[in-house]
Design a binder for this molecule. Sequence first.
Ligand code: NAD
Length: 482
Amino acid sequence: MRVHDKLFIGGQWVDPASDKVLEVVSPHSEEVVGRVPEGTEADIDRAVEAARAAFDNGPWPRMTPDERLEIVQRFAGLYAARLEEMSKVITEEMGSPISFSMVGQAPPAMLILNAMIAVGQAYEWEDTRAGVWGGNVIVRREPVGVVGAIAPWNVPQFTMMSKLAPSLVAGCTIVLKPAPETPLDTMLVAEMLVEAGVPEGVVSIVPAGREVGEHLVRHPGVDKIAFTGSTLAGRKIASICGEQLKRVSLELGGKSAAIVLDDADLNVMATGLQLASLMNNGQACVAQSRVLASRARYDDVVDAISTMVGNLRVGDPADPSTDVGPLVAERQQERVEKYIALGQEEGARVTVGGNGRPQGTEKGWYVKPTVFANANNEMRIAREEIFGPVIAVIPYDSEEDAIRIANDSDYGLAGSVWTSDPTHGLDVARQVRTGTYAVNMYVMDFVAPFGGYKSSGIGREFGKEGLEEYLEYKSIVPAFGS
Ligand code: NAD
């Protein structure tokens, strides 16, 4: 049992403003495994006040980038030493199989941090250009100010670090609001920040739900909101930021397509889709939940995927041999079960899985990993984000048709193409309107921008482009001749 009775505000462990408590319930055992204070609007106010003071008057934005990077590197060293512990906490909180957590939860957060440090080291914080009037112009990059960062529960460290790392490197101060389902992992981060010597006020952490999150978004003391979560919440947040002309970046939902070309090796494809479609129990924004197969090889593709899914081990996420664990909460289990029933009503055929408790599980919020054949792109199971281990296999007539179907989505986050001709795969990649794409696998690389086209978001994380979401440009024209 992990119990915290203080909140990390302004760089110190303080008593919360109320006695409200967030209970963390294991999705596997349905038992309480942790407790933290639930943040309130008063806690957000205190955190923003501390962040504002640290930004307006404190040392952090006034240090040289190198001075800041030295402290951030100390933080990275401390983070690297606690990867296993962090991965275990996340598995306890939200049911990610430990085999996935150990590679897909805490380690990417560390890579994101290291990659952002490298961006900061190489970054041109100021340049001088020849101006049109005969003199020069100095172009400076300055931190955007106080950042309000809101993260979801599915990859809590990944999404938190994708906002914390650029904030720190840029010289911003930041108030983090973890999701109420996963407040425990960020508590470890607070300990590391103190040990690394990040100055007081630079980071505060207030775990809370939606209303308190919205208070952070509306807060006049916040200069920028960085959000990862559902498209529905993203629209609401963007509208508030639009009204206030507050900077905002949004990483939202997806309904990504894996295109299986006729020359694909179906073993490579099926093995690769175990990760690409079903990672983290299918609770991934980048999940390739639509698989597009040519009519000529449709049955073979359905068979290969169904066999792969049928062999997955569903059960206790703490067991290293588990492939698929429970969903995060009962409401998510009900949601995914509704989509499985809906797919059948829409006329798709379940080849493996379907509703009902998976064998060997007695409690916990489990669903059976499920494959739908005879799906088409008009069905709701092909258009809406299900956020569970469910794949719809959709037939196409030609390669152009496959690209058309892949693009026929409100979303545009990720995608993949499976082919024995990787050069041709790149041709396909260029025609699909998504922020990231891969050939014969799905992976993102933290040196390169990540984000969504269309309803999958606004702005980018990672790389130089990701750092620039946390900067303002200032152009200074010095006196001519000086
Ligand atoms: P959610 O939108 O319900 O909640 C996400 C976070 O936002 C939580 O911390 C929640 O408390 C907060 N929140 C919700 N409404 C808010 C509001 N109006 N104002 C302020 N804060 C608010 O999403 P979820 O169910 O926790 O997460 C799953 C979603 O996140 C999926 O749609 C998934 O695709 C998306 N996601 C996207 C990415 C990406 O990088 N594009 C990564 C991971 C998850």
